[in-house]
Write a protein that binds this ligand. Structure first.
Ligand SMILES: Cc1cc2nc3c(=O)[nH]c(=O)nc-3n(C[C@H](O)[C@H](O)[C@H](O)COP(=O)(O)O)c2cc1C
Length: 308
């Protein structure tokens, strides 16, 4: 029997596989494909205090090796999440991580305040890729000072573990990682989507109505792996890897660079049942290689001398 138990800060997870925000429904929409307890934890899509309609269509495009999306954080707001989503999750044994967003520091704080009293939420993931209305719509995730103050302010209103979700669209992600750690984050999710674009040269049209959007899926894995590694090297808090993961081997690569857990997003669109067997695939792969606990893989790249 291979042990898949892992820890992300104070959370003990039965396995290191989490759903990535926005790609796995909000509540139990995916239960017909994946039994909730197949996951180490279940991450909600971003919830904001004020409901958001999201961006105009087209807002999702397939590319050669992934997705471009500009959903624009469509959601029905915190009140609807509390009234309609949380009750359906109450009986789950799997930890629920609620991803929160906002267009201002105050909006993040208010979301955390409103949700903090709900015992069914095990932790918050703070989506710093939201556009900062006060800062010229630049995402919070691109400015270390702003990101630090968001984490510090949210930290003041909740005792729940806080994970800062970082963007890869920065020149030095390690600076962002240090900033959110200084702000009191208990962990980091690395990473959100890469900024991308698609055009049709025949029609001269952009693929997405917003022209640019978030690129995700297989193609971003090496970028995400590098980002996760840089975060691990920069901070003491645990890192959850995310980006382009679709196989057991991908999972173990992120753990080998030091991630304590990982998230799967785009891969669930092409194979909605993937998360029903991915943890077992990881256990099988470890067993085939004579490893009896997943913990032994975490940070493995740092235990092997560098190539001469
Ligand atoms: C359709 C779609 C919707 C997403 N919505 C959110 C969201 O609401 N909040 C968030 O933090 N990330 C969101 N993401 C980003 C994913 O959680 C993940 O960080 C990113 O897609 C990289 O992982 P992947 O390559 O496994 O998809 C979304 C991604 C996709 C493809």
């Amino acid at each position: 029997m291979v042990s898949l138990t892992t820890h992300v800060g104070s959370l003990e997870l039965a396995n290191p596989i989490l759903s990535a925000s926005g790609t796995f429904g909000h509540g139990l929409e995916m239960k017909h494909f994946v039994a909730p307890d197949c996951l180490g934890a279940w991450v909600s899509k971003t919830v904001t205090v004020v409901p958001r309609e999201g961006n105009p269509a087209p807002r999702i495009r397939e590319t050669e090796a992934g997705f471009l999306n500009s959903i624009g954080l469509e959601n029905r707001g915190v009140a609807a999440y509390i009234a309609e989503v949380l009750p359906s999750l109450r009986s789950l044994k799997v930890p629920i991580i609620t991803n929160i967003g906002g267009e201002s520091l105050e909006a993040f704080v208010e979301a955390a305040e409103l949700l903090s009293g709900f015992a069914e939420i095990a932790a918050f993931e703070v989506n710093l890729s939201c556009p900062n209305v006060d800062g010229g719509k630049l995402p919070f995730a691109t400015d270390p000072h702003v990101a630090e103050s968001i984490m510090a302010s949210v930290r003041k209103v909740t005792d729940k573990p806080l994970f800062a979700k970082l963007s890869p669209n920065v020149s030095r992600i390690s600076d962002m990682a240090k900033a959110v750690e200084a702000g009191g984050a208990h962990g980091i999710t690395a990473v959100n989507t890469l900024l991308g674009m698609q055009v049709d040269w025949r029609s001269g049209r952009f693929g997405l109505a917003t022209r640019m959007g978030g690129y995700s899926g297989t193609a971003i894995k090496p970028v995400a792996l590098r980002c996760a590694y840089e975060c691990v090297q920069a901070v003491e808090i645990p890192v959850i890897g995310c980006g382009g993961i679709s196989t057991a081997s991908d999972v173990l690569e992120f753990l080998a660079v030091g991630c304590s857990a990982i998230q799967v997003g785009t891969a669930s669109f092409s194979d909605p049942g993937l998360l029903s067997h991915l943890a077992q695939d990881v256990a099988n792969l470890l067993a085939e290689n004579g490893v009896d606990q997943v913990q032994d893989i975490i940070g493995r790249v740092n235990q092997v001398p560098a190539r001469a």
